[in-house]
Design a protein around this ligand. Structure first.
Ligand SMILES: Nc1nc2c(c(=O)[nH]1)N[C@H]1C(S)=C(S)[C@@H](COP(=O)(O)OP(=O)(O)OC[C@H]3O[C@@H](n4cnc5c(=O)[nH]c(N)nc54)[C@H](O)[C@@H]3O)O[C@H]1N2
Ligand SMILES: Nc1nc2c(c(=O)[nH]1)N[C@H]1C(S)=C(S)[C@@H](COP(=O)(O)OP(=O)(O)OC[C@H]3O[C@@H](n4cnc5c(=O)[nH]c(N)nc54)[C@H](O)[C@@H]3O)O[C@H]1N2
Ligand SMILES: [Mo]
Length: 668
């Protein structure tokens, strides 16, 4: 008999799809979209479908394994837990708990596995990263301007008359945004995409602006200058709800559209027209992607764009907004695990994530003795993976938890397998776009003997005698985590099983005009930004310049068919490097040719694709390819953004040359 089970996609994505699993004879036979999900409505992408392939993949890890010379030997969970406990105990005894480094990223978006943080806090505070590989520059920027990061409910977008998609490629990375864009356009809205690449999303737009990479802040300031000069501003909003407008406009005196044109490579009239369109076709909505903040000036860029929304009063109104992410539901989740005891979180040692290799290499008091990595594949995804490799080699004992032998897992001493979402009861939400909290039923039991991370950490805590670690079933952990929602809105696991939950009265952020900045207003002028060592006003700083030996800017955005490195597993084909035909002619290179891509950090081989949609001076390779293919992060560097300690991946530069004939992969 076939049974249909509701669950949700745990991939690190904007959409957090509602899914259905068909289960027959205790085996999942199909995964499809849940047509009843209010946001995702039954449509899912190839990555979601592949949850099934990964569940029964012949190369899925099923037993813990320990490195034994050049080989691996399998061992029981009990033995693995014993080894880990002894490693941790010995590190704590010798150097203190901060000699343990724990790094988890967002490889699994369910709540139940966030118990890891609780474990390491109870262990006494370890070394762990701050900042992000992903979105922290934009987050920090919006916190200065608005106080918090909130997004409009997706359906409200259809009330916009003009939509600016700025540095996001939703057709590839946020597919459930696309139907709302289409609907808004059917109702007459103009869609403008701003991206140095003619992406699939840009091809759907009415207008596509292709500024030079990293110059969007100049574009926004040029637009604001034109709006202020022509009196197209919302004085009521500015007077009632903002702070520092005069100081801001004074700083813009010279930022004419012509000046912006010289910086961005766009035409000055185009800049003025876009500004007019954005202001006059009101309400207008801006959707900011993570792409444009992966720069040294990434935070400032987002502050300049926020300011454009604020001067035109497109904040707090239906059809408006400056949508970057949506932290609303996250604030209602309590992950402390034992709300009643309220045990304070001990002091941790932190370091900027994009510079983890530097931290590992230089950590002295204490040095890193043991490292555990979960839900991440840093040997592929971190900037400058060569540096990551060297740093890992220096750590005496490394533990990786993953479903597969990733490049990172191969570099570990001990590898633990883990469960799939299909084997867990869990709650999934995306704080990037979807406002829903989704319930995921356990569709099937894990493979014989397999421990999910929840159970693993619980047993490890028992073995190590962590008396204040909550020895409670996973379901109780989930119930505790949603206590704030239960108290306020009566949300329970049973209720979530029926339908996903969205906060009431949260569709249009800031509609009450109460910003959560120190002044309670939208802050053009942010004292906090200044106290953090930055500029108080949104300011344009140019992106880094290409060194003469590496004239091409390397853009490494996200692939439509893989979530980071996850769906490049076990592939051997080369990555595709796309450049403008003019650049290839100059270099005498042909379409389809194998090329060597060289940066100051390293080199890989790629197949060249000529693409007039890639602006001149850019080389584009999607991120995510494993080492056997050629990982782009061999080429990137660890530049940090101006705010939030984010990885500024797109400040990487390279050159290309024909690959030497009859030679295997090199520099891999
Ligand atoms: N299919 C798929 N979907 C995903 C992911 C995935 O790996 N695959 N990853 C998920 C995650 S974790 C994230 S963070 C998001 C990321 O999703 P997006 O926000 O879409 O981010 P990126 O792919 O980094 O870049 C988006 C666009 O920014 C453009 N861009 C680069 N530089 C600039 C610039 O200077 N100015 C402007 N205006 N645009 C620029 C790039 O050309 C690219 O088209 O996607 C999520 N969804
Ligand atoms: N050059 C370049 N590099 C980038 C980016 C870029 O734009 N350009 N984007 C960056 C961004 S936005 C992000 S968010 C990062 C993402 O970086 P990562 O989070 O490191 O990326 P993933 O490849 O998704 O790795 C997640 C791993 O978790 C594993 N996993 C899946 N489920 C589970 C589970 O339940 N438990 C455990 N323990 N593991 C599980 C998967 O098998 C996979 O190996 O990459 C960054 N890297
Ligand atoms: Mo990300």
């Amino acid at each position: 008999m076939t049974q249909t089970v509701k669950f949700a996609c745990p991939l690190d994505c904007f959409d957090a799809c509602g899914l259905l699993a068909e289960v027959s004879d205790r085996r999942v036979v199909s995964v499809k979209g849940n047509p009843d999900h209010p946001l995702t409505q039954g449509r899912i992408c190839v990555k979601g479908k592949k949850l099934l392939e990964r569940l029964y993949h012949p190369q899925r890890l099923l037993t813990p394994r320990l490195k034994d010379g050049l080989n691996w030997k399998t061992l029981s969970w009990e033995a693995a837990i014993e080894i880990i406990a002894r490693q941790f105990e010995s590190a704590i005894r010798t150097h203190g708990s901060q000699s343990i480094l724990y790094y988890a990223d967002s490889g699994y978006g369910g709540l139940v596995k966030s118990v890891d943080q609780l474990f390491f806090n109870r262990l006494g505070g370890v070394s762990s990263p701050r900042g992000s590989l992903c979105w922290a520059a934009g987050m920090a920027a919006q916190r200065y301007d608005l106080g918090d990061v909130r997004g409009h409910a997706p359906h409200d977008l259809t009330n916009a008359r003009c939509i600016l998609i700025w540095g996001r490629n939703p057709v590839a990375t946020n597919p459930h945004l696309v139907p709302f864009l289409k609907k808004a356009r059917q109702k007459g809205a103009t869609l403008i995409v701003i991206d140095p690449l003619k992406t699939l999303s840009a091809r759907q737009a009415d207008i596509h602006l292709q500024p030079r990479p990293g110059t969007d802040g100049a574009l926004a300031l040029g637009m604001i200058h034109h709006l202020v000069a022509t009196g197209r501003i919302d004085e009521t909003f500015i007077n009632r709800h903002t702070r520092g407008f005069n100081r801001f406009t004074k700083s813009l005196t010279d930022f004419t559209p012509e000046h912006a044109a010289a910086l961005t490579g766009l035409n000055a009239d185009m800049i003025s027209q876009t500004a007019e369109q954005y202001n006059d076709q009101s309400p207008a909505s801006i959707i900011i992607g993570m792409g444009l903040q992966r720069y040294a000036n990434g935070g400032q860029t987002v502050r300049c764009i926020d300011a454009l929304a604020a001067v035109t009063g497109n904040i707090g109104r239906s059809g408006g907004g400056v949508n970057y992410a949506n932290r609303s539901i996250t604030r209602w989740i309590d992950r402390s695990g034992d709300i009643a005891s309220g045990t304070p979180v001990p002091r941790k040692r932190t370091f900027p994530l994009p510079r983890m290799p530097r931290f590992i290499r230089t950590a002295a008091s204490p040095p890193i003795a043991v490292m555990m990595i979960a839900k991440a594949n840093p040997l592929v995804q971190m900037p400058d993976t060569r540096a990551m490799e060297a740093a890992l080699a220096q750590v005496p004992f490394k533990i990786v938890i993953d479903m597969f032998m990733t490049d990172t897992a191969c570099a570990a001493d001990l590898v633990l397998p883990c469960t799939s979402i299909l084997e867990e009861e869990d709650l999934v939400f995306s704080s990037m776009f979807s406002p829903y909290l989704n319930y995921a039923s356990q569709a099937v039991a894990p493979p014989e003997g397999m421990l999910g991370e929840y159970e693993f950490f619980r047993r490890l805590a028992r073995r190590m005698g962590l008396s204040d670690y909550p020895d409670i079933p996973a379901r109780t952990f989930l119930e505790n985590a949603i206590q704030p929602l239960t108290r306020e809105f009566g949300v329970t696991l049973d209720r979530l099983q029926t339908a996903p939950f969205k906060l009431p009265d949260d569709d249009i952020p800031w509609s009450d005009g109460n910003f959560v900045t120190p002044s309670g207003r939208y802050e053009f002028y942010s004292q906090r930004a200044m106290e953090d060592g930055g500029q108080p006003l949104p300011t344009y700083r140019p992106p880094l310049a290409a060194p003469p030996a590496y004239p091409l800017r390397l853009l490494t955005p996200h692939h439509a068919h893989s979530l980071h490195s996850q769906h490049f597993a076990f592939r051997y084909d080369r990555p595709v490097a796309a450049i403008h035909p003019d650049d290839s002619h100059r270099l005498n290179l042909a379409n389809g040719q194998t090329v060597r891509v060289i940066s100051p950090q390293g080199q890989i081989q790629a197949t060249l694709a000529l693409d007039p949609g890639v602006a001149r001076g850019i080389l584009k390779i999607d991120q995510g390819w494993w080492h056997q293919s050629g990982s782009v992060n061999r080429l990137t560097n660890d530049t940090l953004s101006d705010m939030g300690e984010n990885a500024a991946y797109f400040e990487s530069f390279c050159r290309i040359e024909p690959a030497p004939k009859n030679q295997g992969e090199e520099g891999q």
